[in-house]
Design a binder for this molecule. Structure first.
Ligand code: PLP
Length: 374
């Protein structure tokens, strides 16, 4: 405890969230234990159906993680060696990792200055005869410019994979993200807006062939037990995670509402002092992260830390400069907007149970810092 009566303010407080929903979750886990049915059972099937419905897709396929959701999707779309996939350099590493996992080549295109999402005009410039797909990332929970991305993709016969790992529930012109491209990929990593008690993920699609391929591939390439018509992998979403997620799904819209309200309060109080997230009409933001942008990012992070407030940088090194991707031959200066942001963005604590009292303290600390550093 500090003098303010609470301990360090974390980026996300899963313990506080759990205190609200522990009883129904415990009950749901007990049901799974009583059934002794731990893999590919009733809860998983129910979750796939509920999430497909929530997102607005015909099919949902539970998998072991968001990374696997991306890898399995690329594979199901027939993308492999010799193919190029265009994506953003300003995302979590897994987005590009999945492309490499299927043997294809990641090709980066810079982001829009205002939204931090991939710039459709830049995507267009990167298209070659080997380009097969675009992975668009709805970064921080904010919908990317899907109209223009879909137009570029349609004009060039490209597939679109939506990396919606940070954006479950986000709406774009009345649709939910993950239901607009060929495939939607979701992560239920514990700190995500819909988080499991371990790793878990989901693919959504309207395409029956893609659905059947992923369904088979996630389970050792088997349609019928012990008969394998393809070399697949083990990437299933287990029943305990499905049970947890089914309960948490009931709270998702309320939790997203709280996130948006907290974001509104940050924006209202900080928008004249630093760059706050811009949300265009019709393009929702569900604030998996709330990021501000400023020159003295590192100094503000230190000041927040000294005052008992966590903050984080998503992401400090764009993907084209990651050592693991050296072989692609990119260099500093190739994607100036992504590089600039990696030096300027700072994510502030945001989670459904963050009290206004704590948030006001965070805001005051930021305002004091900015007044001292004008
Ligand atoms: C944008 C993005 N893509 C992919 C992933 C990978 O998801 P997972 O951690 O479930 O493998 C994440 C989450 O960490 C993410 O934020």
């Amino acid at each position: 405890m500090t003098h303010r009566g609470w301990s360090q303010i974390p980026m996300v407080d899963l313990k506080e969230e759990l205190s609200l929903i522990q009883a129904p979750i415990q009950e749901a886990i007990n049901d799974v234990i009583a059934s002794s049915d731990y893999i590919l059972g009733e809860k998983g099937a129910q979750l796939e159906k509920s999430l497909a419905q929530y997102i607005g897709s015909n099919f949902g396929i539970g998998v072991a993680s968001g990374t696997d959701a991306l890898t399995l999707s690329l594979n199901a779309l027939g993308i492999g060696p010799g193919d190029e996939v265009i994506t953003t350099p300003f995302t979590f590493f897994a987005t590009a990792e999945a492309i490499v996992h299927v043997g294809a080549k990641p090709v980066f295109a810079d982001i829009e200055e205002k939204t931090y999402n991939i710039d459709p005009a830049e995507v267009k410039k990167m298209i070659t005869q080997n380009t097969k797909a675009i992975i668009v990332v709805h970064l921080y929970g904010k919908a990317a410019n899907m109209d223009q991305i879909m137009r570029v993709a349609n004009d060039h016969g490209l597939r679109v994979i939506e990396d919606a790992c940070q954006a479950i529930g986000t709406e774009y012109d009345g649709k939910r993200v993950g239901a607009i491209g060929d495939v939607g990929c979701f992560s239920f990593f514990p700190s995500k807006n819909l988080g499991a008690f371990g790793d878990a993920g989901l693919v959504t699609t309207n395409n029956r062939e893609v659905y059947e391929s992923i369904n088979q591939f996630r389970n050792h390439g088997s349609k019928e037990k012990y008969y394998h018509s393809a070399i697949g992998m083990n990437s299933r979403l287990d029943e305990i995670q499905a049970a947890v997620l089914l309960v948490k799904l009931r709270y998702l819209d309320i939790f997203l509402h709280n996130r948006k309200e907290i974001a509104r309060r940050y924006t209202e109080t900080l928008q004249d002092l630093v760059k706050t997230p811009e949300v265009a009409t019709g393009r929702e933001h569900t604030f998996h992260q709330y990021c501000i942008e400023l020159e003295q990012r590192n100094e503000l992070a230190s000041t927040l830390q000294q005052n008992g407030i966590d903050s984080a940088v998503y992401y400090p090194l764009p993907l084209h400069l990651q050592p693991a991707l050296d072989y692609l031959g990119y260099k500093k200066g190739d994607f100036p907007l992504a590089e600039r942001l990696s030096e300027r963005v700072l994510a502030l604590p945001i989670f459904p149970m963050l009290s206004f009292q704590k948030q006001d303290y965070i805001i005051t600390t930021i305002k004091d810092f900015l007044a001292d550093n004008e």
